[in-house]
Design a protein around this ligand. Sequence first.
Ligand code: ADP
Ligand code: MG
Length: 150
Amino acid sequence: MPDVETRTANAAETEALGEALAAELSANDVVYLEGDLGAGKTAFARGLARGLGASEREVASPTFALLHEYAGPSGSIVLRHLDLYRLVDALRELEVLGLPDSMEGAPVCVEWPRGALRRLLPPTVEVRIDTKPGGDGRRVSIRRAGDRAR
Ligand code: ADP
Ligand code: MG
């Protein structure tokens, strides 16, 4: 997918964008989702999961509330979704997650990327969702970042 600058009119359209991006992702990709609370980052992540063939039900992550794993019909992980919103002690918790080794084999998306994560798991794609005052419209930008090294 070339870099994209677009608008979405509702959550379904934002999800559809995520689904479209999913078709371009490989296991090495790390997608950062930036934007305020309520911008639509989780909606976008839902689209990513759908586009990667996730089954309806999210695989419960037994250990870490910070990490959601989605599996396809065969049971293999198709997407990992980190949400660092409630991260209190960034460095310690990221170490507990075993980053970056524990993230291998499937694309990762990250809401509220910050702290040590930027060093441990740098982005290959940056998605930014901006809210416009008083409405459902969102401006969404998607761009390739970094050197794809991971
Ligand atoms: P975030 O994860 O960024 O905090 P969510 O995806 O959880 O945001 O929530 C976004 C909220 O905004 C949802 O209630 C959704 O229905 C609403 N919404 C309205 N318009 C849009 C849009 N264009 N894109 C995404 N979400 C939208
Ligand atoms: Mg969210």
